[in-house]
Design a protein around this ligand. Structure first.
Ligand code: SAH
Ligand code: SF4
Length: 357
């Protein structure tokens, strides 16, 4: 467990809560802004670094608070520059985030839950269910930790909420975290550079649509046929038509084109009929379909016999969708040599721990 286990992170507090806390500890309201600046702009990990904050206030706060509480426990870099980070939370749970440099861009992929309750059959994050939601501070702290890993002149340009967990099932943590990440006085990342991916919860997508500012939305559809989708995304009983309607309403309200993600599994959802079903449901919609060739997870290959389609099949599937009038992109493989898909590093670490213990 991390050293700061008994302390709460200040990153969990809103600006108003921080102000009230500062006053409660004998400080002046404006000193909350100074604290915020150190936490979000400078990424201060300790009170010691905060030079212009009075010592008395720092000592008083340090009894029960720390600027942030998430610590880096492991970093693995792939040949392509992708870096996967394993982070320990203050109760000893772990989550992953991934830094993905790509020419002028540096994208960070963050998590919203420890594990995931949805249990998609192909995903390492959902193999053992969910342990808990991340707090707003824990979600935003991933950006602070990752930012401190960047090289000279390197800057985070994009954020994707596509790590462990289902973001729509933790809007309570997600929305204030995104606010901090977007806030010009916080991390200052433009809302247009932030994309949240969901396995499709129409009611929560409506709530997400009410958020200000508006972020980009990606919907993990995987299949346009309800029965097949239920097989792949077992606990999401939501109907394809309702999910697509909610995504379309999001576009209507926010003017942001929705991306549909389809993780391609050999012989499962990569057939001609599967492409046709997608065309039927999505044709005419302002959207892009992002095909993601499945990144094999050893345990899942053994347990369920799933496989990644050959490149020729992926290309044929993409071509069929295009012929059907859809915009299609195919995700390039990143960090394949380092447990690239979400949840894999944590799973492997847990197994190594079991083997050692
Ligand atoms: N729970 C959300 C966000 C996290 S998953 C969601 O499902 O959208 C982010 C994306 O990674 C999803 O599109 C998911 O389908 C995909 N994914 C999960 N495991 C994968 C794997 N082993 N290979 C490729 N993509 C995977
Ligand atoms: Fe959860 Fe997304 Fe993984 Fe499905 S793909 S189990 S929703 S993290």
């Amino acid at each position: 467990m991390s050293a700061s286990a008994s302390c709460r992170p200040l990153t969990d507090l809103s600006e108003d809560e921080l102000k009230a806390l500062v006053v409660e500890h004998g400080g002046k309201p404006f000193q909350a802004r100074q604290l915020s600046h150190w936490i979000w702009k400078h990424g201060a990990e300790s009170f010691g670094a905060m030079r212009n904050v009075p010592q008395g206030l720092k000592t008083s706060l340090a009894d029960s608070y720390a600027p942030r509480t998430t610590t880096l426990t492991k970093a693995e870099r792939s040949d392509d520059g992708t870096e996967k980070l394993l982070l320990e939370l203050r109760d000893g749970e772990t989550v992953e985030c991934v830094i993905i440099p790509d020419r002028a861009r540096t994208t960070l992929c963050i998590s919203t839950q420890v594990g995931c309750p949805v249990g998609c059959v192909f995903c390492a994050s959902g193999m053992y269910g969910v342990r808990r939601n991340l707090t707003a501070g824990e979600i935003a702290e991933q950006v602070l930790v990752a930012r401190s890993r960047l090289g000279e002149g390197q800057k985070l340009t994009n954020l994707v909420v596509m790590g462990m967990g289902e973001p729509m099932l933790n809007l309570k943590g997600l929305l204030p975290a995104l606010q901090r990440i977007h806030d010009p006085d916080g991390i200052n990342l433009g809302a247009r550079r932030i994309t949240v991916s969901t396995s499709g919860y129409p009611r929560q997508m409506e709530r997400f649509a009410a958020a200000d500012p508006s972020y980009n939305l990606a919907v993990s559809l995987h299949a346009a046929d309800d029965a097949l989708r239920r097989e792949l995304v077992p606990t999401a009983a939501n109907k394809v038509a309702d999910i697509v309607a909610a995504a379309h309403a999001y576009f209507g309200q926010k003017g942001r084109e929705v991306t549909y993600e389809v993780v391609l599994l050999e012989g499962k959802n990569d057939r001609r009929a599967d492409a046709n079903a997608l065309i039927q449901v999505l044709r005419g919609m302002p959207c892009t379909v992002n095909l993601i060739p499945w990144n094999p997870v050893d345990e899942i290959v053994e347990l369920r016999g799933l496989g990644r389609p050959r490149n020729a099949r992926i290309d044929a599937f993409a071509a069929q969708l295009r012929q059907g009038g859809l915009n299609v992109t195919v995700r390039r493989q990143r960090g394949a040599d380092r447990s690239a898909a979400c949840g894999q590093l944590r799973l492997r670490e847990a197994q190594a721990g079991d083997a050692e213990g």
